[in-house]
Ligand binder design. Structure first.
Ligand code: SAM
Length: 335
């Protein structure tokens, strides 16, 4: 659907409940048209909270000395996949900080073992910025998808969220490289991050329309202890829901997660996201004792319950609002 900047501005700022309701209804209808009333489940494995970067918003940034560091070894990751497969997951997402321990050799070894043991599963990586040759090797080892939020499409804004040694151009180049290598690519941004404005949001949406990623991850910014933004206000649930719906209308075939950050800020945040056009949920398959340590923001959801429990809980929540959660890779539909 074509929405002008002024349409979008109106949708983001109106307080008319009927307009907002119609926005959510239209977005859910678009999602139903392309994917049906189905919500895909991805098993999230948080492989490491070591990170060489110092993003100002992120709780696992290098200089946060309050974070106790951990990483999972290959055996632990394979165990998470085994549990997940038994629970019906057909996508595994390996996410982590930029940890030098995860060399190309090590990640390729892990990816090719998952590919070999679970040929019917999609493997998604979210390990930050790497070089073209690294992404090539990981792709050849069997990775299908890569999530790398662009964080903001506005260069100045990027500079206020990241230290000087991090480069907006390099992040954007990574997204282009991943696309060129045939990955299903996910970009995205935080809603309500410090210094975000209506203009930067419009630029994010323009970027999404022109790049047409297979996935878009958006969730509210939530302050994290031990970071320069610890005292900032969290992003709003309402704004995130409106943006999810707008993204669905602008790019109907996109895979759109109802993120844990939304579930953290509102008890029914993920259900509301699905009702506004989202169609992916990502329960946590990480070992219970490491979940609390992957503290990218305060009070992160689902640190306690077992993988089986969180998967069953999400399935039940989705069923309760009339959505099926299939045992399916949930690949991108071209149209
Ligand atoms: N290191 C990888 C990368 O940079 O893509 C993946 C891990 S990183 C922690 C995953 C995402 O978490 C980031 O892209 C960012 O948008 C989100 N994130 C980090 N800190 C956050 C916060 N305080 N509130 C909400 N989301 C946050």
């Amino acid at each position: 659907m074509n929405l002008s900047s002024s349409d979008i501005e109106h949708l983001l700022t109106t307080s008319d409940p009927q307009t907002i309701d119609s926005l959510y209804t239209a977005a859910a209808a678009e999602r139903d048209r392309v994917y049906g009333r189905r919500v895909f489940m991805r098993g999230l494995i948080e492989v490491s909270n070591h990170c060489k970067n110092d993003c100002l918003y992120c709780g696992i940034r290098r200089s946060n000395s309050g974070t106790k560091r951990y990483r999972l070894d290959k055996e632990q990751i394979m165990n998470c996949c085994r549990t997940g497969y038994g629970l019906g997951f057909r996508t595994f997402v390996l996410q982590g900080g930029e940890d030098a321990w995860f060399t190309d050799d090590r990640v390729c070894d892990i990816v090719s073992s998952i590919r070999h043991e679970y040929p019917d599963c999609a493997i998604t990586l979210s390990l930050g910025e790497r070089g073209y040759d690294s992404y090539l090797r990981l792709r050849e080892a069997g990775a299908d998808r890569y999530l790398l939020r662009h964080e903001t499409a506005n260069r100045e804004h990027y500079g206020k969220l990241h230290p000087a040694e991090m480069s907006f151009d390099h992040r954007m180049q990574c997204l282009q490289d991943l696309r060129e290598l045939g990955y299903q690519v996910g970009c995205g941004f935080m809603v309500g991050s410090p210094y975000q404005s209506l203009d930067t949001i419009l630029q994010d949406l323009q970027f999404i329309v022109s790049f047409r990623p297979e996935m878009v991850g958006i969730g509210p910014f939530i302050p994290a202890e031990g970071t320069p933004f610890a005292e900032r206000r969290a992003g709003s649930v309402e704004m995130t829901l409106r943006l999810l719906a707008i993204i669905r209308l602008l790019h109907p075939t996109v895979l759109l997660p109802a993120t844990s950050a939304l579930g953290t800020l509102a008890p029914n945040g993920r259900e509301r996201a699905v009702q506004a056009g989202a169609n992916v949920v990502m329960p946590n398959l990480s070992p219970q004792d490491t979940r609390a340590l992957y503290s990218i923001y305060n009070n992160k959801l689902a640190t306690g319950s077992e993988a089986a429990e969180s998967a069953a809980d999400l399935r039940a929540r989705m069923n309760a609002i009339g959505y099926e959660v299939p045992t399916d890779r949930g690949d991108y539909q071209r149209g």
